[in-house]
Design a protein around this ligand. Structure first.
Ligand SMILES: *[C@@H]1O[C@H](CO)[C@@H](O)[C@H](O)[C@H]1NC(C)=O
Ligand SMILES: *[C@@H]1O[C@H](CO)[C@@H](O)[C@H](O)[C@H]1NC(C)=O
Ligand SMILES: *[C@@H]1O[C@H](CO)[C@@H](O)[C@H](O)[C@H]1NC(C)=O
Ligand SMILES: *[C@@H]1O[C@H](CO)[C@@H](O)[C@H](O)[C@H]1NC(C)=O
Length: 346
């Protein structure tokens, strides 16, 4: 009982925080984003357009494949979640991340932060299955959005947030657009908030979506500077817990092996939970961009609140819906790709 009362109290603070942070909107990239469900998207968009069988819908098909993949390889959950995030931050959620480079053209996939992106084969498998029964109906962008939701949801055996659908696929993917749009692991609070802001996402979204680091791994290269040469005089980042820095140096000996994997949420990197915020509050966030969330008063307050699992799940769900609406192409825009890796007619 007591717990419930505290829970409600925290919810009301967070709602107030939401409004303080500027609510919805922003007009960065134009096309319907930040409108809660992403202008033009609907629930059950494919309901009448595609059934694979009497009881088999687009949604159940995606879920069945994603759950079997995550069940066989739990690390796939973080990969599919990250794929959606990388897609939405560059040109909106239009599956531009999936386009393969051609002989003469690089694409988003070939840009720097691509290395640890994977899960493309899972999207291909889903697309092939849907295309066999409903050719030219289901967009790759919707598949990516549904797959991210289902990947996280497997652990709970229930849908953790609603996915509105009706996205079209984009026809453009440029490696050169990744750097400026995708927040980097070295970004400070101002840069992070600005980059989220241009997508119509606010401070609560920034803090909640950073909680995606509760699952998945990183590589030593992304933290080497924090551990060994933060200001160029052979020092560590003073905002990092001293003993945790020591532990990390043990895991990433210098000169570091760039391939060495590091859990972003130590000891629970396969479990979607709110431990990320607890670690962050103990100054054990892995990246500069994690630690940055403590450098602003409002953001530090939200970090504190989201240590509560129920609040984190609620805000994460809300923020994923908002992110899923960023820059979406609907109606007459874009196309439904035949293969997620190539633009139609190429
Ligand atoms: C690539 O560029 C070369 C030289 O500009 C051109 O001859 C060729 O047709 C291009 N290939 C494709 C697939 O666009
Ligand atoms: C990823 O990016 C790196 C650095 O830009 C590049 O060398 C590599 O070929 C890319 N990998 C893929 C699969 O495109
Ligand atoms: C944040 O990073 C940007 C880009 O590197 C830099 O221009 C800015 O001065 C930094 N802001 C603060 C408060 O350190
Ligand atoms: C540390 O950074 C400084 C300045 O960027 C650089 O000159 C120096 O070589 C670096 N030291 C190591 C050990 O990487």
């Amino acid at each position: 009982m007591m717990k419930n009362i505290i829970g409600l109290f925290l919810v009301s603070i967070l709602v107030v925080g939401c409004m303080g942070a500027g609510g919805r909107g922003g007009n960065g990239h134009g096309r319907g984003h930040g409108n809660g469900n992403g202008g033009g998207l609907k629930m059950n968009f494919y309901g009448k357009l595609c059934r694979l069988d009497r009881l088999v819908t687009v949604e159940s098909t995606v879920r069945q494949i994603v759950w079997s993949k995550v069940s066989a390889d739990p690390s796939m959950a973080a990969k599919l979640l990250r794929l959606h995030y990388h897609d939405c931050f560059v040109r909106g959620c239009d599956a531009s991340i999936l386009l393969d480079p051609t002989q003469n053209k690089t694409t988003e996939k070939t840009a720097g932060p691509n290395r640890s992106i994977s899960g493309y084969e899972v999207i291909d498998e889903i697309k092939t299955k849907l295309e066999a029964k409903c050719p030219g109906i289901v967009s790759c962008a919707d598949i990516v959005a549904l797959a991210a939701r289902d990947a996280v949801s497997f652990q709970f055996r229930k849908e953790m947030w609603p996915v509105f659908t009706g996205r079209k696929d984009g026809t453009v993917s440029l490696a050169s657009e990744v750097g400026g749009n995708l927040p980097s692991a070295g970004a400070n609070f101002t840069t992070l908030l600005t980059q989220f802001g241009t997508k119509g996402l606010n401070l609560n979204d920034l803090v909640a979506l950073s909680g995606a680091h509760t699952i998945g791994i990183s590589r030593c290269t992304l933290v080497a500077r924090r551990l060994y040469n933060f200001t160029g005089v052979g020092d560590a980042d003073p905002s990092l817990d001293v003993s945790y820095a020591q532990t990390l140096r043990g895991l990433c000996p210098n000169p570091q092996n760039p391939a060495t994997a590091l859990e972003m949420d130590p000891k629970s990197s396969l479990t979607f939970d709110s431990d990320y915020y607890r670690a962050l509050n103990q100054h054990k966030g892995l990246f500069v961009s994690d630690a940055a969330l403590l450098t602003n008063r409002q953001s530090a307050r939200v970090v504190n609140l989201l240590q509560n699992r129920g609040l984190f799940f609620t805000q994460f769900a809300k923020s994923m819906v908002r992110m899923g609406g960023v820059g979406v192409l609907t109606d007459g825009q874009g196309e439904i790709r035949k293969s997620c890796r190539v633009v139609n007619g190429q």
